[in-house]
Design a protein around this ligand. Sequence first.
Ligand code: DC
Length: 221
Amino acid sequence: MIPVIAIDGPSASGKGTVAQRVADALGFYYLDSGSLYRLTALAAFRADIPLDDAKALTALAGNLQIRFENGEILLSDQNVTEDIRSELCGNRASRVAAVPAVRAALLARQRGWRRAPGLVADGRDMATVVFPDAILKVFLTASVEARALRRYNQLKDKGNPANMSDLLRDIAERDLRDQTRAVAPLQKGMGAQLLDTTQLTINQAVDQVLEWAKSALVSSS
Ligand code: DC
């Protein structure tokens, strides 16, 4: 059985950076499942599909032409690596992700990432729905204020405009939508280890997950 490490958590919790670094350290593949919802939202925007048209969104999600190449993300051969990271696209993704049939359409694609020697997958429902047999489940979170500040610094570092009170409001709104949707809501599932990174550096968070991962790998072998 190919081992999976599932890292779930809310927006801007740092789970993407932590998951990528844990995958690199273990020589595992890395799945950023949020990118699939972001890509669906971007494709819908470009095709003028309204976010309440569940049928059209589902057909779109099932037929996305996506390639992940050397850290770049291509949608129908166009490089959209930066485009999908905007706050606007994140908000749209959160709405697209609330459509149950869209989630179902993306399920097989996500499971297809499970390849030897192993996978680190990050998202909202990695441990609860997509990889319930993950050998390690981590719920990585931080306070809303800490997450808004991290996002603020990221945006500023890239020379983008950023407003702290808008970020606080957007993150809180997305948390609420992701936590209260009917299908696969964001939640700490049974058996998940809680990692609150409010007071931790990225290195400390990575070290903690690696320590858990190494002992899970030993006990599962
Ligand atoms: O992790 P992220 O910010 O890139 O995710 C974008 C949106 O996609 C987020 O608001 C919720 C949704 N999402 C989801 O519902 N399930 C996942 N496994 C990953 C992301």
